[in-house]
Design a protein around this ligand. Structure first.
Ligand code: MRU
Length: 381
């Protein structure tokens, strides 16, 4: 993604010191664009847990780079033990998205066991760097392909609208929830990748951006990304989607996902389920865009997915820019009011029109998913 004419990914190794991981600090957006250096595996754990980096694909890539830093820190003799300990700590940072454990396991497969036993410590560290980089490159590549497949869907809607309304056809209105753009991945994004591809192809698109309480990833991050890209959008309150669908102002919903089971139940940011129910009621197609690292082929039912419950203070307080440009946090409820803060919810497969993946589009069912990923047909424990 381009920021002020320069291409950035969300995470990379520092050009002149490959022992340093650099990240875009998402806690500072949209008001400040800031890059942070992370030098230790514990630093990566903190960056994930406190959401300096967030989003399913990006926390996977960050965990892979965290394992690389753990490999640099590990003792020559206690290498395996040390990286296993780091792996457990990284996996415990955020429990819901599959990408994180998937990436850590991919690193462990390279750094421990019989294959790795043939390498000396320096070779293992080198393998760790190359594998972490491969995880990041694959994430970006898969998201680019999601964009290409999603573009076909948007193009078909645009053509239908043109046939119906002629040259003055209104834009293709796409509603999205949370941030599943390039900030949630290494580059391109999942739900927003088709939007960028359509916009770049000259299709008249417009995005309804849910603010996404309580952390406001829509207002802070999705809106910021769309501004940088110049793509038309409007920020809306989380509860406006149903109203817009009733009025025919949403052509499709595209969200990302943090974990999708082999039967097609999708976990995504809290509030997604309500959008899916409203979409079904109003006959609006609801798509979920995801790379294959988000599928959990070993799990059948969405209800089994652990749902992260975050600190209640995220509901009770909001932060923003004041008129004088300073960033302030204010309390929005009575002092004595308790609150609860679930980060995600489950959208059952029956509400989902299709999955947009790096291998194409499929039905939200075990049969549909396995038609694209037949190698997982026997993956149940
Ligand atoms: O809590 P977050 O911001 O890490 O949530 C993850 C998300 O960004 C969303 O749920 C998103 O739609 C899926 S991740 C691409």
């Amino acid at each position: 993604m381009n920021i002020n004419g320069r291409h950035y990914r969300t995470i990379w190794l520092k050009e002149d010191d490959k022992r340093v991981v650099q990240i875009i600090n998402q806690l500072a957006l949209p008001h400040r664009f800031e890059i942070l250096d992370v030098r230790t595996a514990a630093g990566v754990q903190r960056a994930i847990k406190d959401m300096y980096v967030r989003g399913a694909g990006l926390i996977g890539a960050a965990a892979a780079f965290g394992m690389y830093l753990a490999a640099l820190e590990a003792g020559d003799r206690s290498f395996e033990q040390d990286v296993l300990r780091a792996a457990e700590a990284l996996k415990a940072t955020r429990p819901t998205a599959s990408n994180l454990a998937w990436a850590v396991n991919r690193m462990l497969a390279r750094l421990t066991g019989c294959e790795a036993a043939r390498l000396n410590a320096a070779e293992k560290r080198d393998a760790a760097r190359r594998t972490a980089q491969a995880v990041a490159d694959q994430d970006a590549d898969y998201c680019k392909h999601i964009g290409m497949y999603g573009l076909d869907i948007i193009k078909a809607v645009a053509e239908r609208k043109k046939a119906r309304y002629g040259a003055s056809a209104p834009p293709v209105h796409i509603l999205t929830h949370c941030n599943a753009g390039w900030l949630a991945f290494v580059d391109y994004g999942s739900a927003l990748s088709p939007v960028y591809a359509a916009f770049d192809a000259g299709i008249n698109v417009h995005v309804w951006v849910d603010e996404t309480r309580p952390r406001n990833q829509g207002a802070n991050l999705t809106a910021w990304e769309l501004c940088r890209h110049g793509a038309p959008h409007d920020l809306i309150p989380d509860n406006a989607g149903g109203h817009l669908m009733q009025r025919g102002l949403v052509d499709m919903v595209i969200t990302g996902a943090d974990r999708v089971t082999r039967r097609g139940d999708a976990v995504n940011k809290i509030g997604t389920y309500l959008k899916a129910v409203a979409a079904q009621e109003n006959n609006v197609p609801f798509y979920v865009a995801l790379p294959s690292s988000t599928f959990d082929f070993a799990m059948r039912e969405g209800i089994e997915i652990p749902i992260e419950e975050r600190d209640a203070s995220e509901v009770r307080f909001v932060s923003g820019k004041t008129a004088d440009g300073s960033i302030e946090t204010v309390q929005i409820c009575p002092d004595e009011t308790p609150s609860r803060n679930w980060g995600f919810d489950v959208t059952p497969a029956r509400y989902i029109r299709g999955f947009i993946t790096e291998r194409g589009v499929c039905d939200a069912s075990e049969k549909g998913i396995l038609s694209l990923y037949p190698e997982y047909a026997g993956a149940l424990p």
